[in-house]
Write a protein that binds this ligand. Structure first.
Ligand SMILES: *[C@@H]1O[C@H](CO)[C@@H](O)[C@H](O)[C@H]1NC(C)=O
Ligand SMILES: *[C@@H]1O[C@H](CO)[C@@H](O)[C@H](O)[C@H]1NC(C)=O
Ligand SMILES: *[C@@H]1O[C@H](CO)[C@@H](O)[C@H](O)[C@H]1NC(C)=O
Length: 166
């Protein structure tokens, strides 16, 4: 029985995270929902933070921006961690939890330096069970917005029990 407790606790936490129903800012004629939650940083251009089609949630490329004051976290682990946490926070707002991540795509400006940091942050987020990591693509690019170092894009599943609450 005690083996199941963490699972149950996790399910309860997941359910709590979905309590506050997030209203879409826009729903297209075909039913695509667009979200820009108010308690997050404002987008910096003609794009939105996330969209939902059916039970699938797509989150825009997240950088290591503190949502509290829209400033960038220090370069290195804090920046990388904040980028992933921003993605996780948006997923939570939409009713998905980290274990329902379908895919991540990570862009870094220095594979040698930042890939190990991404790996470390993913272990922090998903734990060290090698069976739980979402599929990932990681790409080194010449430049990111604001000359940033990392950007992570996530796709999440809202179906099953959490989807009913969204
Ligand atoms: C989107 O909706 C949220 C409330 O759900 C609101 O706080 C936010 O300002 C809206 N964003 C825009 C760009 O209108
Ligand atoms: C985001 O934009 C809204 C209106 O578009 C504004 O009221 C709000 O203060 C802005 N938030 C931040 C953190 O700049
Ligand atoms: C922005 O917020 C973060 C975390 O909330 C804090 O560590 C940082 O010092 C703040 N930066 C500024 C310029 O206020």
């Amino acid at each position: 029985m005690y083996i199941r407790l963490p699972l149950i606790a996790g399910l309860l936490l997941g359910a709590l995270g979905t309590n506050a129903k997030l209203e879409p800012n826009y729903t297209s004629p075909a039913g695509v929902k667009i979200f820009n939650p108010g308690d997050f940083f404002n987008v910096t251009g003609p794009w939105s933070l996330m969209s939902q089609a059916g039970d699938t949630l797509y989150i825009a490329g997240m950088r290591g921006i503190y949502t509290s004051n829209s400033t960038l976290a220090p370069v290195g682990m804090p920046r990388v961690r904040q980028a992933f946490q921003n993605m996780a926070a948006l997923a939570n707002m939409a009713g998905a939890d980290i274990t329902s991540c379908l895919r991540v795509v990570v862009y870094v400006t220095d594979m040698y330096r930042y890939r190990p940091m991404c790996n470390q942050v993913q272990i922090e987020l998903w734990g060290d069970d090698p069976n739980k990591y979402p599929p990932r693509t990681i790409i080194e690019v010449d430049r990111l917005n604001d000359d940033d170092i990392v950007e992570v894009e996530g796709t999440f599943w809202l179906g099953g029990s959490s989807g009913m609450l969204v």
